[in-house]
Write a new protein. Structure first.
Length: 210
């Protein structure tokens, strides 16, 4: 991976990443969301509130599919403001953050991801928000801040994603030895997955003396 040289290239890179991964992440979260409904977590909420939030988010999903971005923003803000204690609000924040990245408004995207970090109680949501926040910070040229964010929590099962992103950040900072170490940790942690792209990044760094 070659370090970005201009702000425009950084923004284009993060937009490409979100285009390739953002939608699948949101969809994956929605699909996996059904597993949460039966838990004790939901017993805290009034049935009517849950139903209203569910209906609003269902409409937001339709807005997303139809590329009605203004409607996504309006409805997403409504869900966040009125149903902030439900995971629907977190999913709405992810959706808005992706739209803002697509628009090149990284500051607004980061604000939505920070909301997730400040308000979500679900560990998986926190991990995904942290990874996306660090990716946005990298695009902004704040590699040191992105590293600090990733190092602020235990990665757990998300270790491969954390370490690969750390490797990308180290490359942007021209710290190739640290990047190589991070990529190798990511490979080891995901030894049974598809590591073709990760291996390519590692190979691009060359040998130890490169």
């Amino acid at each position: 991976m070659v370090a970005h040289t201009t702000e425009e290239e950084q923004i284009e890179s993060i937009k490409k990443w979100w285009k390739e991964n953002g939608t699948s992440v949101v969809v994956g979260l929605v699909v996996g969301f059904g597993a949460l409904i039966g838990g004790n977590y939901w017993m805290q909420y009034d049935a009517s509130q849950r139903q209203n939030a569910s209906l609003e988010f269902s409409q937001l999903q339709d807005d997303l599919q139809q590329t009605r971005n203004d409607a996504v923003m309006t409805r997403g803000d409504h869900i966040i403001n009125n149903f902030s204690d439900t995971p629907y609000a977190v999913l709405s924040a992810f959706a808005i953050a992706k739209l803002k990245v697509d628009e090149g408004d990284l500051l607004a995207a980061r604000a939505r991801l920070q909301w997730v970090l400040d308000n979500s109680k679900q560990l998986e949501f926190l991990h995904m928000a942290r990874i996306r926040m660090a990716t946005v910070m990298l695009a902004e040229g704040n590699g040191d801040g992105a590293l600090a964010l990733l190092n602020s929590a235990e990665a757990g099962e998300y270790l491969p994603l954390y370490e690969e992103l750390k490797g990308d950040i180290y490359v942007s900072l021209s710290q190739h030895s640290e990047a190589r170490s991070a990529y190798e940790k990511a490979l080891k942690a995901n030894d049974k997955g598809d590591n073709s792209m990760l291996q390519m990044k590692l190979d691009d760094l060359g040998g130890e003396d490169a």
